[in-house]
Design a protein around this ligand. Sequence first.
Ligand code: S3P
Length: 449
Amino acid sequence: MTALRSAAAGPLSGDIAVPGDKSISHRALMLGSLAVGETTITGLLEGEDVLRTAAAMRALGAEVLQRADGTWRVQGAGVGSLVEPAQVLDMGNAGTGARLLMGVVAAHPITALFTGDASLVRRPMGRVMTPLRQMGARFMARTGDRMPLALAGAATPMPITYRLPVASAQVKSAILLAGLNTPGRTTVVEPEPTRDHTELMLRHFGAGVTVEDGAEGRVVALTGQPELTGRPVVVPGDPSSAAFPIVAALLVEGSDVLVRNVGLNPLRTGLLTTLAEMGADITVEGGRVEAGEPVGDLRVRGTGPLRGVTVPAARAPSMIDEYPVLACLAAAARGDTVMEGLGELRVKESDRLSAVAEGLAACGAAVTVEGDTLTVRGAGRAPRGGGRIVTRLDHRIAMAFLVLGLATDEPVAIDDDEAIATSFPGFVRLLNGLGGRITAPEPATAGHR
Ligand code: S3P
């Protein structure tokens, strides 16, 4: 556990790339393991979360290795080929890894034990257990729906049609991944569209997936037991990681930062929509499509305080991981920023709604939480700072407040930087390379001798 603090910085400038997309990286390892032949992954996020998934896929019988040139090679034996792991699958801090993998295992006739760190074992798993039970899997879980849990996959899985009760790409993906080794059509209906990386990558590997707009929402259907073929996968930079240098540049007036190779899947770009409404100067350069995913370079200029806006609940799925850093930016905007429909933030790596509200209050910002709505009263300049943030094993809380500290009068401290490596190894170096001032706290002075 290392504490860090960030202090007011001069204008940030530079040309950077952020690590690979976490969502796509997990999926590439899992689908590569279920495909016949070799999958080469370029740009895989080598963060703790994804490394846990790589280890789990090895434990389930796939060959997963990193080559000397930095690419990853996955050798799978096809849908239905996984074997029973000899040891507990410890997914660390990774909710996505854990939930998606439960979907994969649920349709294999094997038993696996899942656990995670102090954050992950507090998170609800019932949302995936319910549909996977309907498909034939059996679970035994601590307090009914928490890890550690035991999962006995179905020997003869059954296809289901499932309407998502929460807007969650993780739940949708767990069902589709279970549907892979299930005969017939597995269908997920999502009232609010959520990130579609699983659908896109399933198609990339050769599965038949249809997506239609129905009366109740988006209808995603997969024909089970396809032959997946190993394919090259190029992972774009993670827009959720790019959010941190982007907001840092917007917070520090005079900044000019180019973030290259950022994934711009429209189901992930809610933050960019919101920032445009707030008056941010962000342009997309060199837009292109790589391995089925839109990608571009983002030029961000800090031109002074932005204006507060209302962010509607319908936008939440497309920026769900970006609210902590948006809230920090909103504290420096002119006027209120009202963020609606944030109930899901309570069940992320930490209860992000209270972590953000408490952290901002500790830094002198005025915030309120009413139901699922977070309101930040922007003062037209960064808040005082000076807070010590309890990061609760939550990478995005740690990074959001380190970014805020680059613009506050007094430094902002975090108690623990460990979780940052789950999604953004090299975060501190990258921000400091732009001109940030994130350091270990100065040792307490013992007084004059
Ligand atoms: C993810 C989906 C989101 C997001 C998480 C990654 C994914 O979670 O918060 O970081 O890769 O499918 P939910 O599906 O639970 O909203």
